[in-house]
Design a protein around this ligand. Structure first.
Ligand SMILES: Cc1cc2nc3c(=O)[nH]c(=O)nc-3n(C[C@H](O)[C@H](O)[C@H](O)COP(=O)(O)OP(=O)(O)OC[C@H]3O[C@@H](n4cnc5c(N)ncnc54)[C@H](O)[C@@H]3O)c2cc1C
Length: 383
């Protein structure tokens, strides 16, 4: 039986970047994925993910984001393929809302370009929106989106070229830590390694029982719609955006229409409501779209794009993995010394970080430490 330096469970957003960063360091790596690389059963499907730095969730994320931007550029330079697209991001919200307060705090703490806009500017440049009067309007020019499926495939391809063993359609059933290393049992075989990295997304709680109470997968819905004035909403004419109206918890967000020739489907203007629904089992989640799902999307269109006359085209489900404070868990697994490293609980805002998380996972596995400030993401905060 081949003994690996490291085994990575889950080759989605974080695992794909992890296998690449481990292989780059010359480690013998096995990456195990239960489905295809990529797929739509977990958290990474759907063409685009917003990337931004004026991080309302917590300013401590900003140094990790700086590294993520850097690492996305490195990936682009190595492969010659674009994964980051700079569209700018519009922020709308009441000055007291965390979206506005927190974004301003991160921007001022770290000198991130983040500009206020007045009503007239917004109505001239972005007449697409109907925004409540009391809302502040801000613009972050270096924000935009990254392409999840493309980035995952690129990282896995690079890892394979560097000699990583990659197994798709192979599900990990359980793992054990013994004095002489880690044993991983799948539905096809048994493997051993010195280190184990668990990047299993919504399934992480099933593989790390000590954390399952703090990892709640939730069913989320994303829509692609057809506005009457299609061209006005295409990339180049329309940015990414996010809005908190305070009427409901959470925020709304969306993207410009992307060219399907370049980005693939689904076709249309993508938008969604970012607010975790209740805990669900990732193996038993309903993928059927309900009237309530559609009503949520219509609320966004009716309230903030009343003149778009948009029709629903496609609705899809996707999974978040939420922690109680909606911050990630990046740490050694509790009770496993430094042999098992975990990245989980990305709470619906993790993809933009994937390029940095893979590097952090590799550093924790190889050196037992990272140069990035991840203390606030420790698993111990839930002990
Ligand atoms: C609708 C939606 C919108 C989002 N929007 C944004 C956004 O705009 N910006 C942003 O930054 N983030 C966004 N996110 C969040 C981001 O996509 C996630 O945080 C990120 O994809 C999580 O990555 P992950 O690696 O933890 O999970 P995944 O990408 O799902 O990867 C986990 C992988 O592990 C595999 N796996 C699990 N168990 C096993 C096993 N036992 N054996 C083998 N393989 C296994 C799974 O099959 C899966 O491929 C969004 C998420 C959703 C759902």
């Amino acid at each position: 039986m081949k003994q690996y330096d490291a085994i990575v469970i889950g080759l989605g957003s974080m695992g794909s970047s992890t296998v690449y960063h481990l292989a780059k360091e010359g480690m013998s790596v096995l990456g195990l994925e239960q489905f295809d690389i990529t797929h739509d059963q977990g958290s990474h499907a759907g063409q685009s993910r917003i990337i931004r730095k004026s991080y309302y969730e917590h300013p401590d994320y900003v140094p990790i984001l700086e590294r993520a931007y850097h690492n996305w550029r490195v990936l682009e330079n190595i492969t010659g393929v674009e994964v980051y697209h700079r569209t700018g991001l519009l922020y709308f919200g009441n000055p007291e809302h965390q979206l506005i307060k927190g974004s301003k705090l991160s921007a001022s703490t770290y000198n991130i370009p983040f500009h206020p806009m007045n009503d007239e500017e917004v109505s001239i440049k972005y007449p697409h929106f109907e925004v409540p009067q009391d809302h502040e309007k801000w613009f972050e020019p270096d924000a935009g989106f990254v392409t999840p499926e493309r980035a995952i495939l690129l990282y896995v391809q690079l890892a394979m070229r560097l000699g990583a063993d990659i197994q798709a359609k192979e599900k990990v059933l359980h793992w054990n830590r013994r004095p002489d290393g880690i044993t991983v049992t799948t539905d096809k075989g048994v493997y051993t390694a010195r280190k184990l990295i668990i990047t299993a997304g919504p399934w992480a709680g099933k593989l790390i029982p000590t954390l399952s109470g703090n990892l709640s997968p939730s069913r989320q819905v994303v829509a692609w719609v057809k506005p009457k004035n299609w061209k006005d909403f295409e990339m180049g004419n329309f940015p990414c955006w996010t809005l908190a109206d305070g009427m409901k918890p959470g925020i709304y967000y969306g993207f410009p229409i992307l060219d399907v020739g370049k980005f693939g489907g689904p076709i249309g203007l993508k938008l969604a409501y970012h607010y975790p629904t209740g805990k669900t089992d990732p193996d038993a989640v309903s993928r059927i779209i309900t009237e309530a799902d559609e009503a949520e999307i219509r609320y966004i269109l009716d309230n903030f794009f009343p003149n778009s006359n948009a029709e629903l085209l496609t609705l899809k489900t996707c999974l978040y993995t939420n922690t109680p404070d909606e911050n990630f868990i990046i740490d050694f697994a509790p009770g496993q010394d430094e042999d098992v490293v975990i990245a989980a609980g990305f709470s619906g805002h993790g993809f933009k970080f994937a390029s940095a998380i893979g590097e952090i996972m590799a550093d924790l596995a190889l050196k037992g430490k990272t140069f990035l400030p991840i203390g606030f993401l420790s698993a111990k905060r839930f002990a």
